[in-house]
Design a protein around this ligand. Structure first.
Ligand code: FES
Length: 128
């Protein structure tokens, strides 16, 4: 009985410590943590917003490539949208416009959108 109680106590302590102090890998620290989405989840010409490391990002698929950028406007922080007709990422708040590399091409945004690494592996899009 003593052995079972001791083993139970050690297991409970281990689980509690792992919960309270998760490893860097578990919480993501920008060094290897990635997000995957199916290629079919974003038709050509469309976009999708997802969260990456706790931040909103916008993933845009064109006929040529796939781009992943911060979805947070660098002006005052509104969420940007993809405008397929103009081939630009636009902010609905004050009209900032960004190209698919994140560069500011119009409006009041002071800095480009942060861009993220994108890889296509078979039918999977890997970001990060
Ligand atoms: Fe985007 Fe102002 S918050 S243009």
């Amino acid at each position: 009985i003593g052995f079972v109680v001791t083993a139970w106590g050690l297991l409970t302590a281990y689980v509690s410590m792992a919960y309270l102090w998760p490893s860097k890998k578990a919480i993501g620290n920008g060094s290897g943590k990635s997000v995957t989405i199916p290629l079919s989840g974003i038709p050509v010409g469309k976009s999708r917003k997802i969260r990456y490391e706790g931040k909103p990002i916008i993933v845009v698929r064109t006929a040529e490539s796939i781009f992943a950028l911060s979805a947070v406007c660098t002006h005052l922080g509104c969420l940007v949208n993809w405008n397929e007709g103009d081939n630009l990422i636009e902010c609905p708040c004050h009209g900032a416009k960004f190209d698919l590399r994140g560069n500011v091409v119009g409006g009041p945004a002071p800095k480009p959108l942060e861009s993220y690494r994108v890889q296509i592996k078979g039918k999977i899009i890997k970001i990060g």
